[in-house]
Design a protein around this ligand. Sequence first.
Ligand code: SIN
Length: 294
Amino acid sequence: MSVEHRPLAWNIGEEILGLDLSKPLDAATVAELRDLLNNRCILLFRDQFISPEEHIAFTRQFGETMHTPALERMLHPDYPQIWQVTNVRQKDGTESFSRNTGRLWHSDQTYMPEPAKGSLLHCKEIPSVGGDTMFANAYLGYEALSDVMKEMIAGLWAVHDLNEVEERRSRVPPLTPEEIAKTPPVTHPLVITHPETGRKILYVSQQVTCQIVGMSKEESKPLLDFLHSRIVLAEHTYRHQWRPGDLVFWDNWCAQHFAPMDYNQADRNERRVMWRTTLAGGPVDGDKTAPAAA
Ligand code: SIN
C-alpha cells in the first residue's frame, strides 16, 4: 500500500496522512517515507500522541539514534535518546537550558565530525500564539547560485564551531569548559552531496559556520552570509505552526531549521514543550580530505 501524502509548501515539506507511528511500519512504507524525506526535506505527521518509547522506536526504523557528548543538559532524565527543547523551568526553579535553542538557522550537530542525518521533533505543549519552527530547502540554496559562484566555492571548506558565533552565544546559556572541550571546531565542505539523492547541498549555517578555511574571518563573513541567504529565500521555506501531537521529521543534510522568538516567553503559562530524537549520520565529506581548521 503506498503512503498518502500532500505538499506543505511548493518547494519543501510533505504531510503524511493515515499512518499510526505507535506501530512498527513495514519495510516498503519505511522506504517510501525515506524517499519522500530525501526529496521533500521534511515530513509532517499529525495527531501522533505517542509515548517516548514509541518515538524512539519510530526513529530507529530509520537508523541509529545519535549521542552528542556535549549538551547533556538537554537530555530527558529518563530517556537519554530524547532532547528536551522547552521554556519550562527546571524543578529547582532555574531557567531551562534549552529555552532559546535553535534561534538561528542551522541543521543539527554540524559542529560534530559526523553530523546528524535527521531529527524528529514531537510537540507536547505549545503557547497560545507562536512557538513555530521554520524550515528551508538547502538543495535549492545551492541551485540558486550562478555557475560562476558554484565554481568559485567548489572545493572550499568551512569551520563549524558551537562556541564561536557571537549571535548564538548571546542567546543561550554559556557552555561549561567541559562542554567546550567536547566540541572542538570541525570542518565540512561548503557544498556536500546528499548520499541518497546525489544532489548538491549548500552546507552553511548561521548558527555555527564561522570561517572559510584559508580565509580570514573578515573575508569569510560576507561570503558565508550571502551563501546562507540563498538557502533561506522565502520561496525555499515552510513555516510550521505546531499542534500537540505533531511530529516533524527533517533531513539535516538538505533541510535547515530555525525557531523564531515569536511567543510571550515572559509569561510562565505560555509553555512550549518539544521532544526531539536525532538520527546518527556519518561524514558529510565523502572521500574528500579535510584541510586543517584555520
Ligand atoms: C531545534 O533546533 O532542534 C529545535 C527547533 C524548535 O524548537 O523549534
